[in-house]
Design a protein around this ligand. Structure first.
Ligand code: ARG
Length: 393
Protein backbone atom coordinates (compact mmCIF):
# COMPACT_ATOMS: atom_id res chain seq x y z
CA UNK A 1 0.00 0.00 0.00
CA UNK A 2 1.16 3.52 -0.76
CA UNK A 3 1.88 5.60 2.32
CA UNK A 4 1.64 9.36 2.70
CA UNK A 5 2.45 11.76 5.53
CA UNK A 6 0.02 14.68 5.62
CA UNK A 7 0.61 18.05 7.30
CA UNK A 8 -2.63 18.10 9.26
CA UNK A 9 -4.16 21.13 10.98
CA UNK A 10 -7.45 19.69 12.20
CA UNK A 11 -9.48 21.98 9.96
CA UNK A 12 -11.99 21.20 7.24
CA UNK A 13 -9.55 21.10 4.31
CA UNK A 14 -6.97 18.76 5.76
CA UNK A 15 -9.68 16.55 7.28
CA UNK A 16 -11.26 16.08 3.86
CA UNK A 17 -7.80 15.43 2.45
CA UNK A 18 -7.35 12.43 4.75
CA UNK A 19 -10.42 10.77 3.29
CA UNK A 20 -9.62 11.93 -0.25
CA UNK A 21 -6.17 10.30 -0.08
CA UNK A 22 -7.60 7.10 1.37
CA UNK A 23 -9.96 6.87 -1.58
CA UNK A 24 -6.88 6.97 -3.76
CA UNK A 25 -5.48 3.95 -1.85
CA UNK A 26 -3.05 5.73 0.40
CA UNK A 27 -2.45 4.86 3.99
CA UNK A 28 -2.52 8.31 5.59
CA UNK A 29 -0.32 9.35 8.51
CA UNK A 30 -1.10 12.76 9.94
CA UNK A 31 1.49 15.12 11.32
CA UNK A 32 0.42 18.05 13.49
CA UNK A 33 3.04 20.70 14.26
CA UNK A 34 2.65 22.77 17.39
CA UNK A 35 4.20 26.13 16.57
CA UNK A 36 2.22 27.97 19.22
CA UNK A 37 -0.86 28.45 17.07
CA UNK A 38 -3.07 29.00 20.11
CA UNK A 39 -5.90 26.56 19.39
CA UNK A 40 -9.38 28.02 19.26
CA UNK A 41 -11.99 27.62 21.96
CA UNK A 42 -12.89 24.03 22.69
CA UNK A 43 -10.00 22.80 20.54
CA UNK A 44 -7.13 20.64 21.81
CA UNK A 45 -4.40 18.49 20.34
CA UNK A 46 -6.23 15.40 21.66
CA UNK A 47 -9.35 16.50 19.81
CA UNK A 48 -7.31 17.09 16.65
CA UNK A 49 -5.77 13.63 16.95
CA UNK A 50 -9.20 12.02 17.39
CA UNK A 51 -10.51 13.92 14.38
CA UNK A 52 -7.62 12.75 12.21
CA UNK A 53 -8.25 9.14 13.21
CA UNK A 54 -11.98 9.49 12.64
CA UNK A 55 -11.33 10.93 9.20
CA UNK A 56 -9.34 7.81 8.39
CA UNK A 57 -5.72 8.38 9.41
CA UNK A 58 -3.84 5.26 10.51
CA UNK A 59 -1.57 7.16 12.85
CA UNK A 60 -1.08 10.70 14.16
CA UNK A 61 2.14 12.45 15.14
CA UNK A 62 1.82 15.55 17.27
CA UNK A 63 5.06 17.42 17.83
CA UNK A 64 5.68 20.47 19.97
CA UNK A 65 8.19 22.31 17.79
CA UNK A 66 7.99 25.68 19.49
CA UNK A 67 11.50 25.67 20.89
CA UNK A 68 13.11 24.58 17.67
CA UNK A 69 11.00 27.14 15.83
CA UNK A 70 12.27 29.89 18.10
CA UNK A 71 15.94 28.84 18.26
CA UNK A 72 16.52 27.87 14.65
CA UNK A 73 14.08 30.04 12.70
CA UNK A 74 12.78 33.04 14.65
CA UNK A 75 16.01 34.12 16.31
CA UNK A 76 18.15 33.96 13.13
CA UNK A 77 15.50 36.07 11.33
CA UNK A 78 15.44 38.53 14.23
CA UNK A 79 19.23 38.84 14.17
CA UNK A 80 18.95 39.62 10.46
CA UNK A 81 16.17 42.20 11.10
CA UNK A 82 14.22 40.43 8.36
CA UNK A 83 11.03 42.24 7.31
CA UNK A 84 9.27 41.66 4.00
CA UNK A 85 8.24 44.77 2.10
CA UNK A 86 8.68 46.89 5.19
CA UNK A 87 5.71 45.46 7.10
CA UNK A 88 5.65 41.69 7.48
CA UNK A 89 7.76 40.01 10.15
CA UNK A 90 7.34 36.64 8.43
CA UNK A 91 5.62 34.51 11.09
CA UNK A 92 3.89 32.23 8.58
CA UNK A 93 6.83 32.10 6.19
CA UNK A 94 9.28 31.07 8.93
CA UNK A 95 7.10 28.17 10.06
CA UNK A 96 6.87 26.39 6.72
CA UNK A 97 10.44 25.11 6.34
CA UNK A 98 10.23 23.63 9.84
CA UNK A 99 6.99 21.82 8.98
CA UNK A 100 8.65 20.59 5.78
CA UNK A 101 11.61 19.28 7.76
CA UNK A 102 9.37 17.14 9.97
CA UNK A 103 7.21 15.93 7.10
CA UNK A 104 10.36 14.57 5.49
CA UNK A 105 11.69 13.15 8.75
CA UNK A 106 8.45 11.31 9.52
CA UNK A 107 8.16 10.12 5.92
CA UNK A 108 11.60 8.53 6.27
CA UNK A 109 10.77 6.97 9.62
CA UNK A 110 7.49 5.57 8.29
CA UNK A 111 9.01 4.56 4.95
CA UNK A 112 6.35 6.61 3.21
CA UNK A 113 6.76 7.40 -0.46
CA UNK A 114 4.81 10.66 -0.42
CA UNK A 115 3.98 13.74 1.63
CA UNK A 116 0.90 15.94 1.32
CA UNK A 117 -0.29 19.36 2.41
CA UNK A 118 -3.49 21.43 2.37
CA UNK A 119 -2.18 24.62 0.75
CA UNK A 120 -4.04 26.18 -2.14
CA UNK A 121 -2.51 26.74 -5.55
CA UNK A 122 -2.56 30.52 -5.19
CA UNK A 123 -0.46 31.08 -2.13
CA UNK A 124 3.14 31.22 -1.01
CA UNK A 125 2.93 28.37 1.44
CA UNK A 126 2.69 25.60 -1.17
CA UNK A 127 5.94 26.95 -2.65
CA UNK A 128 7.69 27.16 0.69
CA UNK A 129 6.73 23.62 1.71
CA UNK A 130 7.47 22.02 -1.63
CA UNK A 131 10.76 23.80 -2.27
CA UNK A 132 11.95 22.91 1.24
CA UNK A 133 10.83 19.29 0.86
CA UNK A 134 12.56 19.10 -2.52
CA UNK A 135 15.83 20.36 -1.03
CA UNK A 136 15.64 17.89 1.88
CA UNK A 137 14.60 14.86 -0.20
CA UNK A 138 14.13 15.28 -3.92
CA UNK A 139 12.72 11.74 -4.27
CA UNK A 140 9.60 12.17 -2.18
CA UNK A 141 6.39 12.54 -4.11
CA UNK A 142 4.41 15.64 -3.07
CA UNK A 143 0.61 15.70 -3.21
CA UNK A 144 -1.37 18.94 -3.00
CA UNK A 145 -5.02 17.78 -3.13
CA UNK A 146 -6.51 21.27 -2.86
CA UNK A 147 -4.86 22.18 -6.17
CA UNK A 148 -6.50 19.33 -8.00
CA UNK A 149 -9.57 18.09 -6.23
CA UNK A 150 -13.16 18.37 -7.41
CA UNK A 151 -14.59 20.63 -4.69
CA UNK A 152 -15.37 24.10 -5.88
CA UNK A 153 -16.53 25.62 -2.61
CA UNK A 154 -16.45 25.24 1.11
CA UNK A 155 -20.04 24.01 0.98
CA UNK A 156 -19.07 21.13 -1.30
CA UNK A 157 -16.32 20.17 1.12
CA UNK A 158 -18.77 20.27 4.02
CA UNK A 159 -21.14 18.04 2.08
CA UNK A 160 -18.29 15.58 1.49
CA UNK A 161 -17.33 15.67 5.17
CA UNK A 162 -20.92 14.99 6.25
CA UNK A 163 -21.28 12.14 3.75
CA UNK A 164 -18.23 10.33 5.15
CA UNK A 165 -18.79 11.22 8.82
CA UNK A 166 -15.69 13.33 9.01
CA UNK A 167 -16.20 15.05 12.34
CA UNK A 168 -16.01 18.70 11.54
CA UNK A 169 -17.67 21.72 13.12
CA UNK A 170 -19.61 23.02 10.14
CA UNK A 171 -21.59 25.55 12.13
CA UNK A 172 -18.59 27.84 12.51
CA UNK A 173 -18.69 30.52 9.89
CA UNK A 174 -15.20 31.53 8.97
CA UNK A 175 -15.04 35.16 7.92
CA UNK A 176 -11.24 35.11 7.41
CA UNK A 177 -8.39 32.80 6.62
CA UNK A 178 -6.05 32.84 9.59
CA UNK A 179 -2.61 31.42 10.09
CA UNK A 180 -1.12 31.76 13.54
CA UNK A 181 1.98 30.79 15.47
CA UNK A 182 4.02 32.14 18.37
CA UNK A 183 5.67 34.78 16.14
CA UNK A 184 2.44 36.28 14.85
CA UNK A 185 -0.94 36.06 13.16
CA UNK A 186 -1.65 36.41 9.42
CA UNK A 187 -5.22 37.21 8.41
CA UNK A 188 -6.66 37.42 4.92
CA UNK A 189 -9.78 36.94 2.79
CA UNK A 190 -13.38 37.97 3.42
CA UNK A 191 -13.95 41.68 3.72
CA UNK A 192 -10.19 42.28 3.75
CA UNK A 193 -10.18 41.71 -0.01
CA UNK A 194 -11.80 45.11 -0.35
CA UNK A 195 -8.82 47.46 -0.42
CA UNK A 196 -10.99 50.50 0.02
CA UNK A 197 -12.13 49.38 3.42
CA UNK A 198 -10.37 49.60 6.77
CA UNK A 199 -10.06 46.17 8.42
CA UNK A 200 -12.86 45.70 10.95
CA UNK A 201 -11.85 45.27 14.58
CA UNK A 202 -13.13 41.68 14.63
CA UNK A 203 -10.42 40.66 12.18
CA UNK A 204 -7.74 41.03 14.86
CA UNK A 205 -7.07 38.16 17.22
CA UNK A 206 -4.34 39.04 19.68
CA UNK A 207 -4.10 42.83 19.73
CA UNK A 208 -6.39 45.35 21.33
CA UNK A 209 -7.38 48.30 19.21
CA UNK A 210 -4.83 51.09 19.81
CA UNK A 211 -7.80 53.42 20.40
CA UNK A 212 -9.00 51.18 23.19
CA UNK A 213 -5.60 50.75 24.83
CA UNK A 214 -4.68 52.46 28.07
CA UNK A 215 -3.71 56.10 27.78
CA UNK A 216 -0.84 55.51 30.20
CA UNK A 217 2.21 54.27 28.34
CA UNK A 218 4.06 51.20 29.47
CA UNK A 219 7.86 51.12 29.59
CA UNK A 220 9.64 47.87 29.00
CA UNK A 221 13.35 47.01 28.96
CA UNK A 222 14.69 44.29 26.73
CA UNK A 223 18.22 42.98 27.29
CA UNK A 224 20.07 41.16 24.51
CA UNK A 225 23.20 39.02 24.56
CA UNK A 226 24.93 38.55 21.23
CA UNK A 227 21.78 39.58 19.39
CA UNK A 228 19.48 37.23 21.29
CA UNK A 229 16.87 38.54 23.76
CA UNK A 230 17.51 37.31 27.30
CA UNK A 231 15.78 39.53 29.83
CA UNK A 232 12.70 41.66 30.24
CA UNK A 233 12.90 44.40 32.84
CA UNK A 234 16.04 42.78 34.22
CA UNK A 235 14.48 39.34 34.67
CA UNK A 236 15.82 36.35 32.75
CA UNK A 237 13.15 34.62 30.64
CA UNK A 238 13.16 31.44 28.62
CA UNK A 239 12.69 32.50 25.01
CA UNK A 240 9.27 30.94 24.67
CA UNK A 241 8.02 32.70 27.80
CA UNK A 242 9.68 35.93 26.74
CA UNK A 243 7.89 35.91 23.40
CA UNK A 244 4.54 34.95 24.93
CA UNK A 245 4.92 37.67 27.54
CA UNK A 246 5.69 40.32 24.92
CA UNK A 247 2.75 39.16 22.81
CA UNK A 248 0.51 39.69 25.85
CA UNK A 249 1.86 43.06 26.87
CA UNK A 250 2.30 44.37 23.34
CA UNK A 251 -1.14 43.09 22.41
CA UNK A 252 -2.73 45.07 25.25
CA UNK A 253 -1.22 48.25 23.79
CA UNK A 254 -2.25 47.47 20.24
CA UNK A 255 1.38 47.10 19.19
CA UNK A 256 2.41 45.14 16.10
CA UNK A 257 -0.53 45.49 13.75
CA UNK A 258 0.09 45.98 10.06
CA UNK A 259 -2.18 46.23 7.07
CA UNK A 260 -0.50 45.67 3.73
CA UNK A 261 -0.85 44.82 0.09
CA UNK A 262 2.00 42.45 -0.62
CA UNK A 263 3.60 40.87 -3.65
CA UNK A 264 3.09 37.14 -3.48
CA UNK A 265 5.53 34.75 -5.10
CA UNK A 266 2.96 33.55 -7.59
CA UNK A 267 2.59 37.04 -9.06
CA UNK A 268 -0.57 38.10 -7.25
CA UNK A 269 -0.88 41.19 -5.11
CA UNK A 270 -2.88 40.43 -1.99
CA UNK A 271 -4.16 42.29 1.03
CA UNK A 272 -3.25 40.79 4.34
CA UNK A 273 -3.21 42.08 7.88
CA UNK A 274 -0.74 40.95 10.50
CA UNK A 275 -0.43 40.97 14.26
CA UNK A 276 3.01 40.51 15.71
CA UNK A 277 3.37 42.27 19.07
CA UNK A 278 6.41 40.38 20.38
CA UNK A 279 8.11 40.34 17.00
CA UNK A 280 7.61 44.09 16.62
CA UNK A 281 8.94 44.87 20.09
CA UNK A 282 11.98 42.63 19.64
CA UNK A 283 12.70 43.85 16.13
CA UNK A 284 12.51 47.50 17.25
CA UNK A 285 14.77 46.87 20.23
CA UNK A 286 17.27 44.76 18.30
CA UNK A 287 17.64 47.32 15.54
CA UNK A 288 18.06 50.10 18.06
CA UNK A 289 20.78 48.19 19.87
CA UNK A 290 22.64 47.55 16.63
CA UNK A 291 22.51 51.27 15.92
CA UNK A 292 24.72 51.84 18.97
CA UNK A 293 27.11 49.04 18.40
CA UNK A 294 27.70 48.43 14.71
CA UNK A 295 29.99 50.78 12.83
CA UNK A 296 28.49 52.70 9.92
CA UNK A 297 29.75 50.49 7.08
CA UNK A 298 28.65 47.26 8.75
CA UNK A 299 25.29 48.73 9.74
CA UNK A 300 24.49 49.92 6.23
CA UNK A 301 25.64 46.73 4.57
CA UNK A 302 23.74 44.60 7.06
CA UNK A 303 20.56 46.46 6.19
CA UNK A 304 20.86 45.23 2.60
CA UNK A 305 21.47 41.71 3.86
CA UNK A 306 18.32 41.97 5.97
CA UNK A 307 16.28 42.85 2.91
CA UNK A 308 17.65 39.90 0.97
CA UNK A 309 17.21 37.61 3.96
CA UNK A 310 13.53 38.55 4.23
CA UNK A 311 13.04 37.85 0.53
CA UNK A 312 14.65 34.44 0.82
CA UNK A 313 12.42 33.55 3.77
CA UNK A 314 9.33 34.79 1.96
CA UNK A 315 10.33 33.00 -1.24
CA UNK A 316 10.62 29.63 0.47
CA UNK A 317 14.40 29.46 0.13
CA UNK A 318 15.17 28.82 3.79
CA UNK A 319 17.35 25.81 3.08
CA UNK A 320 19.11 27.40 0.10
CA UNK A 321 22.89 27.87 0.09
CA UNK A 322 22.53 31.67 0.00
CA UNK A 323 20.32 31.77 3.08
CA UNK A 324 22.71 29.49 4.94
CA UNK A 325 25.67 31.68 3.94
CA UNK A 326 23.85 34.83 5.04
CA UNK A 327 23.27 33.23 8.44
CA UNK A 328 27.04 32.95 8.76
CA UNK A 329 27.42 36.65 7.99
CA UNK A 330 24.63 37.72 10.33
CA UNK A 331 25.91 35.59 13.21
CA UNK A 332 29.35 37.24 12.92
CA UNK A 333 27.77 40.70 13.18
CA UNK A 334 26.07 39.79 16.49
CA UNK A 335 29.21 39.17 18.57
CA UNK A 336 29.00 42.54 20.32
CA UNK A 337 25.23 43.08 20.12
CA UNK A 338 24.62 42.98 23.87
CA UNK A 339 22.89 45.59 25.95
CA UNK A 340 19.54 46.96 27.02
CA UNK A 341 16.91 48.96 25.17
CA UNK A 342 14.06 50.69 26.93
CA UNK A 343 10.89 50.95 24.89
CA UNK A 344 7.72 52.89 25.33
CA UNK A 345 4.50 51.13 24.35
CA UNK A 346 1.53 53.37 23.86
CA UNK A 347 -1.63 53.18 21.78
CA UNK A 348 -0.22 51.03 19.01
CA UNK A 349 3.22 52.53 18.99
CA UNK A 350 6.47 51.00 20.14
CA UNK A 351 9.53 53.23 20.21
CA UNK A 352 12.92 53.05 21.80
CA UNK A 353 13.47 55.80 24.36
CA UNK A 354 16.71 54.79 26.10
CA UNK A 355 19.65 52.53 25.36
CA UNK A 356 22.70 51.12 27.09
CA UNK A 357 25.52 48.81 26.06
CA UNK A 358 29.09 48.20 27.13
CA UNK A 359 29.98 47.84 23.44
CA UNK A 360 28.41 51.12 22.36
CA UNK A 361 30.42 53.20 19.89
CA UNK A 362 28.63 56.34 21.03
CA UNK A 363 31.13 58.72 22.63
CA UNK A 364 29.50 61.62 24.38
CA UNK A 365 32.77 63.57 24.53
CA UNK A 366 32.78 63.55 20.72
CA UNK A 367 29.13 64.27 20.00
CA UNK A 368 28.46 66.81 22.74
CA UNK A 369 27.87 70.49 22.12
CA UNK A 370 28.70 71.12 25.76
CA UNK A 371 31.88 72.18 27.51
CA UNK A 372 33.35 68.68 27.76
CA UNK A 373 33.77 68.51 23.96
CA UNK A 374 36.92 66.57 22.91
CA UNK A 375 36.27 66.63 19.17
CA UNK A 376 39.01 68.46 17.29
CA UNK A 377 37.02 70.71 14.96
CA UNK A 378 40.20 71.77 13.21
CA UNK A 379 40.43 68.29 11.67
CA UNK A 380 37.11 68.79 9.88
CA UNK A 381 38.62 71.42 7.61
CA UNK A 382 41.13 69.06 5.97
CA UNK A 383 38.67 66.18 5.96
CA UNK A 384 36.09 68.20 3.99
CA UNK A 385 38.69 69.36 1.47
CA UNK A 386 39.75 65.81 0.67
CA UNK A 387 36.23 64.39 0.80
CA UNK A 388 34.92 66.95 -1.70
CA UNK A 389 38.04 67.05 -3.88
CA UNK A 390 37.01 64.43 -6.47
CA UNK A 391 33.94 66.43 -7.44
CA UNK A 392 35.58 69.78 -8.19
CA UNK A 393 36.22 70.76 -11.81
N1 ARG B 1 0.80 36.22 3.22
C1 ARG B 1 1.50 35.53 4.27
C2 ARG B 1 2.67 34.78 3.72
O1 ARG B 1 2.70 34.50 2.57
C3 ARG B 1 0.61 34.61 5.07
C4 ARG B 1 0.00 33.46 4.31
C5 ARG B 1 -1.00 32.65 5.09
N2 ARG B 1 -2.06 33.49 5.52
C6 ARG B 1 -3.30 33.12 5.89
N3 ARG B 1 -4.06 34.06 6.30
N4 ARG B 1 -3.73 31.91 5.82
O2 ARG B 1 3.57 34.45 4.45
Amino acid sequence: MKKVVLAYSGGLDTSCIVRWLKERSYEVICFVADLGQGLGQGESFEAIEKRALAAGASKVYIRDLQEEFIDDFIIPALKANAVYEGKYLLATALGRPLIAKYLVQIAHKEKANAVAHGCTGKGNDQVRLEVAIGILDSKLEIIAPVREWEFKSRDEEIEYALKYNIPIDVTKKKPYSVDRNIWGVSIEAGILENLEQEPPEDAYLITKSPMQASSYPRYIEVTFEKGCPKKIDGKVFKLKNLINYLNDVGGQFGVGRSDMVENRLVGIKSREIYEAPAATILYTAHKELEALILDRELAHFKELIGLKYAELVYYGLWFSPLKVALDGFVEKTQKLVSGTIKLKLSKGSCVAVARKSKHSLYKKELSTYGAEDKFDQGLANGFIKLWGMPYKR
